[in-house]
Design a protein around this ligand. Structure first.
Ligand code: HEC
Ligand code: HEC
Length: 294
């Protein structure tokens, strides 16, 4: 082997190592299994929070002064299983793995490992039990099940594979509404509009209006990301989520309109139209009236 050939081989090997080594490192890091919903950040809706309460070694509650996350009582699990079999198993399967009886794998979402907040959100917002198995985006409706029944089903599903986030209780009293407004503009307005009225997204899906959503469900949506909505975990702390929840449940749901008429919050086009009609229209009328008297 000539020297130049050996040098070329060595150089080739070095280049291959430089390219492949990081790839191998990244794929090994990616394969390492992280617990669902865990993030490295404190106060991000996971038991990384400052306060963690355990009972018999099991985490029953965690959080901080902004949001407390509680597990539904495991004593409800037996009742939850019965309710689940009645209301959910036809689609999501008796094992909650998304395989309906005698159906194909992956026919429906797998519910195992989703965490109690997700199950609670979909039931309490009336989306589940769904009436249309083929719908792309389940609609918000009058809930079919009570709050306690939702907790029971969440307790049973969670008993299959305990996961986070638990069901949030938000302390809106101490939250900062101005901070919430800024965070809402940055993180939520792109889809839900700055007025929180909602808007169309791609493929006939839409971001719904936020005008009538209770605080717990706003926090649940932020922490779990229903449907096409992203899940906000490590990037928003519990304090920031509480600020957003306060902004949504006060300013968006009860707008004050310091400038006068709210005009239904339809935005600059509607406001411009009213301005044209009443402002310019009124001036034109005055013009006609003045003109006629001459
Ligand atoms: C008629 C069939 C049907 C029934 C009954 C039904 N679901 Fe669903 N479920 C669906 C479909 C379809 C979707 C996906 C719809 C969507 O993404 O909007 C879904 C989505 C969900 C999701 C969201 C999953 C995710 O990954 O985000 C949850 C949670 C859920 N269902 C829980 C339940 C529970 C709990 C019940 C019983 C109270 C129930 N479902 C009953 C069909 C059903
Ligand atoms: C990429 C677009 C997008 C962003 C950004 C987004 N959402 Fe959503 N949001 C959605 C969609 C889509 C749904 C409906 C999911 C479904 O029904 O399948 C939704 C649902 C919700 C719901 C439940 C409403 C209901 O009818 O039950 C709330 C509350 C909510 N979002 C709040 C927020 C907040 C607060 C933020 C900012 C932190 C935010 N969203 C950011 C798209 C978005």
């Amino acid at each position: 082997m000539s020297t130049s050939r050996r040098v070329r081989l060595c150089a080739g090997g070095l280049v291959a190592f430089v390219i492949l080594a990081p790839l191998a490192w990244f794929s090994a890091a990616g394969a390492a299994t992280h617990p669902i919903y865990q993030t490295g950040r404190f106060n991000a809706g996971t038991p990384n929070s400052s306060v963690v309460i355990r009972k018999h070694g099991v985490i029953t509650s965690y959080g901080d002064s902004a949001i407390t996350y509680n597990a539904p009582s495991s004593a409800l699990a037996a009742l939850g299983r019965a309710l689940y079999l009645q209301n959910c198993a036809t689609c999501h399967g008796v094992d909650a793995n998304g395989v309906p009886p005698a159906g194909t794998t992956g026919a429906y979402p797998n519910l195992v490992g989703l965490g109690p907040a997700t199950i609670d959100f979909w039931i309490e917002s009336g989306r589940m039990p769904s009436s249309d198995p083929r719908s792309v985006q389940a609609m918000r409706r009058q809930p079919r099940l009570t709050h306690d029944q939702a907790l029971a089903i969440a307790a049973w599903v969670n008993s299959l594979s305990p996961s986070y986030p638990y069901i949030p209780t938000v302390n809106v009293k101490d939250a900062n509404v101005a901070n919430g407004a800024a965070l809402f503009a940055l993180n939520c307005a792109a889809c839900h509009t700055i007025e929180g009225d909602g808007d169309a997204l791609a493929r006939s899906t839409f971001a719904p209006s936020l005008r009538n959503i209770p605080a717990t469900q706003v926090a649940e949506a932020i922490r779990t990301g229903p449907g096409n909505m992203p899940r906000f975990t490590g990037n928003l702390s519990d304090f920031q989520v509480a600020d957003i929840v306060k902004y949504v449940t006060t300013e968006i749901q009860h707008p004050r309109n310091p400038g006068g008429f709210g005009l239904g919050g339809l935005g600059p086009v509607a406001e411009g139209f009213v301005g044209l009609l009443i402002g310019v229209g009124g001036l034109a009328l005055i013009g006609f009236w003045v003109g006629e008297r001459q």
